[in-house]
Write a protein that binds this ligand. Structure first.
Ligand code: NDP
Length: 324
């Protein structure tokens, strides 16, 4: 039988490209100059998409791939993919959950301590040769703080587990109160912000969560408040965050994600009370390889007739009915 044809949207790690090259006919879409003409000529033969990067995978593209069965995405967040449209049109979307959970949680703890204890600024103080003329200023502390987690999913729980070991009380917000979870549930993000002084967002992106965290949340968090975002930048009203940081309505922010990556507002970069990372929470060789392997596993399992390994919720029904 002919090898399934796969459209690879963006460059991916060798763990992905080496394996799929052996099993499938792979087309490197980012190298195609005239994408419309290419899709008109070849789109009907494409049965799988390997999706890395942030370019939108929506009806405009998917509608030109009438034989498409599966979109295997690299990453647990898949807000760049119109999974609902895919599900309604018999296409399975898969992501890479679980394999990155601990890595992202570890980085979040690092970002939290960096933000509260101002580790990057302290290091700059030393490197700039300022130590001999004066000790680095005292910072705020994690002691006596209360933690609020927005989005207590796989990653949120892994962060909470680590913070429990720090002896800090934890509460959370999500659309649902979760059974069997010992942390206090708060049904409204503003109310959660009022009750805690560290707020960590791990909520997924997409239309449903756009600007969920805005001026009212920062106002409620208050002048001692620390805000962290390791979920998606679009969840935050960035202008409101900048205003809150500039006017000391909150104390500091630690961010790994932004509304318009890789563009980070100059105003955020100019502020002393921010620690800014370039979306690196899962960015280790170990974990990125595990994510890549799961992309391959999904494609291989699907085209072997064994179904998708990790279909997203919006396409779970398609995966169940068509997957084997
Ligand atoms: P999960 O699906 O396990 O958890 C998501 C959580 O968010 C759930 O607790 C859910 O609770 C809550 N949630 C979902 N939708 C909404 C909504 N509309 N409003 C409020 N809460 C909502 O995902 P993971 O923990 O595995 O990953 C979370 C996100 O982290 C990813 O979607 C991704 O965007 C981001 N991420 C970032 C990385 C980075 O490099 N910075 C790396 C990996 C992930 P409920 O259903 O009760 O609302």
């Amino acid at each position: 039988m002919a090898r399934p044809e796969i459209l690879q949207i963006a460059p991916m790690l060798p763990v992905v490209t080496d394996q799929i090259a052996k099993l499938f006919t792979v087309h490197r879409f980012w190298e195609v100059a005239d994408k419309e003409a290419w899709l008109a000529e070849n789109g009907s033969r494409i049965r799988g998409v390997a999706a890395g990067g942030h370019s939108p995978i929506n009806e405009t593209l998917l509608g030109k791939l009438p034989s498409l069965e599966i979109v295997a995405a690299f990453g647990v967040g898949y807000d760049q993919i119109d999974a609902k449209w895919a599900g309604n049109n018999g296409i399975v979307v898969t992501n890479t959950p679980d394999v990155l959970t601990d890595e992202v949680a570890d980085l979040t703890i690092g970002l939290l301590i960096s933000t509260v204890r101002r580790i990057p600024a302290a290091e700059r103080h030393l490197r700039d040769g300022k130590w001999p003329s004066g000790a680095f200023q005292l910072t705020s502390s994690l002691r006596d703080r209360k933690i609020g987690i927005l989005g207590l999913g796989r990653i949120g729980k892994a962060i909470a587990k680590r913070l429990q070991a720090f002896g800090l009380p934890i509460s959370y917000y999500g659309r649902h109160k979760q059974d069997g979870v010992e942390y206090a549930y708060v049904a409204d993000p503003v109310e959660l912000a009022r009750q805690v002084d560290v707020l960590i967002s791990v909520i997924p992106g997409g239309k449903a969560t756009e600007k969920t965290i805005g001026a009212a949340v920062f106002e409620a968090l208050g002048p001692d408040g620390i805000f962290l975002n390791v979920g998606r930048g679009t969840v935050v009203d960035e202008a409101a965050l900048i205003d809150a940081l500039k006017s000391n309505k909150i104390q500091a922010a630690g961010l790994d994600v932004y509304a318009d990556e890789p563009n980070v507002p100059a105003e955020l970069m100019a502020l002393e009370n921010t620690v800014l990372l370039p979306h690196v929470a899962s960015g280790t060789v170990h974990t990125r390889n595990a994510m890549g392997q799961l992309v391959v596993d999904n494609l291989v399992s699907w085209f072997d007739g064994r179904g998708a390994v990790t279909p997203v919720a919006e396409t779970a029904e398609v995966a169940r009915t068509k997957g084997s």
